[in-house]
Design a protein around this ligand. Structure first.
Ligand SMILES: Nc1ncnc2c1ncn2[C@@H]1O[C@H](COP(=O)(O)OP(=O)(O)OP(=O)(O)O)[C@@H](O)[C@H]1O
Ligand SMILES: [Mg+2]
Length: 505
């Protein structure tokens, strides 16, 4: 007996100028299933899903929903036919409230008037209660953390009566507890008449959440495997089709390594309390902690993005006052923020300009030709080093895949001549192969004498890369450990230092 499938795709192709994003791709989704869709940055995952969601039109191929051909004329039509998508890039309006964002464009039109905010809030609250989400309907979205914005996106998608729910890297900005909440939501969504397509670069998640895994590489279908019958190694080798760069290892710095950045007694109004640490030349200094522990706040307070209420920052021994991130950059402190939207890419400029321009600021007066050649040279160098997938260095950043945009931003800071680089979640949304390449580059930079501060929510990443590891909990520093003394277990212990009793241990 052949059972009908919930969703089928066959012979799907899509090209953009200079790029064949998808070439004769197929996949199928069974009823009640979570299908993981994986592949390197630029493999075509988001494009495939955007075809389903009516954002792009396929050049060729067919989709079938419950055995019947599915043609969508646009995003709204897709939604009405039961396809809901949570995008990789957030699509929320920052100055609207949570409730307004969820019901935007869906006020009952037949009745001819708009719902009042009170009514919207009530509807949103009912939805959150049903989903078990702790969100405030009346809160403006711009005041939410990235993780909570993600929750709003999810609530919004689930508020439609979807048959197929597409999630494009839903956990990129979530911590472990939030991932648990999300997986529970997915579990409740997954009934025999519905299904989920789940895109993620976090390999360990696939095992937990997916039934099968479909792999794309360079816009082509590679294969589909049962999750229970495979392992990470097999999936990764299907994804990359090449050997992944070598292992970087943490080091023990010489005792006399010169201190470059010294933070003493740093406090901010809301969160940080008396945070002190030193970062040395040649060192990768990792920050571990739960979301909300204050790691991002430390970075922001150092570069002047947030005001500090107490504390001293010394650069090479001399106290400095830093007004804002631009001033920090002039003093040689580069800061890559965790917020994807504020990454500071100029979307309408070329890849090479984004990579090279800010590092050439001193050369602006130079003759155009010399400068252009330099931009091209630096651009090409980093496109190769980070394997940025782009048809040319002149491609607009807007047209790159999410992970490749992220690589451009990283390249930009790597090129810039900073003594200190503060990277907040540098590998979020980056595929497994490219992660290794970024680790290698960070190590090379440290070896070349830079001081690197790296914040990461992925403990294995912190442990892999950091020479020393600072752990934060509830705005305080609870430990600074040499890599040799750190384990996942003791890092977690320091990360949850206060929460049990709510007092200082
Ligand atoms: N609007 C566009 N114009 C031109 N090229 C595009 C456009 N959208 C996507 N592409 C290209 O199509 C290819 C596939 O991109 P896609 O966003 O689907 O990748 P992805 O698998 O989602 O990657 P990531 O893991 O980085 O999100 C990439 O080479 C990308 O540069
Ligand atoms: Mg994508």
């Amino acid at each position: 007996m052949t059972q009908t499938l919930l969703l089928e795709a066959e012979g799907v192709s899509k090209g953009f100028p200079g790029v064949k994003a998808l070439d004769d791709v197929r996949f199928d989704l069974r009823h009640g299933e979570v299908l993981a869709l994986v592949g390197e940055n630029g493999a075509g995952k988001s494009t495939l899903m955007k075809l389903l969601a009516g954002i792009y039109t396929p050049d060729a191929g067919t989709f079938r929903l419950n055995g019947r051909e599915l043609k969508v004329t646009g995003p709204r039509d897709a939604q009405e036919q039961g396809i809901s998508i949570i995008h990789q890039e957030f699509n929320l309006m920052p100055d609207l409230t949570v409730a307004q964002n969820i019901f935007i464009g869906r006020e009952p039109r037949a009745s001819g008037f708009f719902l009042s905010d009170t009514a919207l809030n009530r509807k949103a609250q009912a939805l959150f209660d049903e989903l078990g989400l702790a969100l405030d309907p009346a809160e403006p979205v711009e005041r939410l953390t990235v993780a909570r914005q993600q929750m709003v996106e999810i609530a919004k998608a689930l508020s439609f009566d979807a048959k197929v729910l597409i999630m494009d890297e839903p956990t990129a900005a979530l911590n472990d507890a939030e991932v648990d909440v999300l997986f529970e939501l997915i579990g409740r969504f997954r009934t025999p008449e519905r299904g989920v397509v789940y895109i993620s670069h976090r390999m360990p998640e696939l095992e937990r959440i997916s039934d099968r895994i479909t792999v794309l590489r360079d816009g082509r279908y590679v294969g589909t495997v049962e999750t229970a019958a495979t392992d990470q190694r097999e999936v990764i080798s299907m994804m990359v089709g090449r050997k992944i760069a070598g292992e970087t290892r943490p080091r023990q710095l010489p005792a006399d390594a010169q201190t470059v950045l010294e933070v003493e007694g740093l406090s901010t109004k809301h969160l940080l309390r008396d945070v002190s640490f030193q970062v040395r030349r040649g060192e990768i200094f990792g920050f571990a902690g739960l979301m909300g522990a204050g790691r991002t706040e430390v970075a922001r307070a150092i570069v002047g993005a947030d005001r500090r209420t107490a504390g001293t920052i010394r650069l090479h021994g001399a106290p400095v006052e830093i007004a804002n991130p631009a001033a920090a950059a002039r003093l040689g402190i580069g800061y890559l923020s965790e917020d994807r939207k504020l990454l500071g890419c100029l979307l309408e400029r070329s890849v090479r300009e984004n990579i090279a321009l800010s590092s050439l600021s001193g050369d602006f007066s130079r003759a155009g030709f010399v400068r252009d050649r330099r931009i091209e040279q630096v651009g090409q160098e980093y496109i190769a080093k980070l394997r940025i997938k782009t048809p040319s260095s002149a491609q607009l950043v807007r047209n790159l895949s999410g992970g490749n945009q992220q690589k451009v931003v990283i390249a930009r800071w790597l090129v810039k001549d900073c003594d200190i680089l503060i990277f907040d979640e540098p590998t979020r949304g980056i595929d497994v192969g490219a992660k290794e390449e970024i680790y290698t580059l960070l190590r090379e930079l440290a070896d070349a004498g830079k001081a690197i501060v790296m914040i990461s929510s992925e403990l294995p990443e912190v442990l892999r890369l950091s020479d020393r590891i600072a752990v934060m909990a509830e705005g305080r520093l609870t430990a600074v450990l040499d890599n040799a003394d750190a384990t996942q277990e003791n890092l977690m212990e320091y990360a949850t230092r206060f929460s049990a009793e709510g007092t200082v241990a």
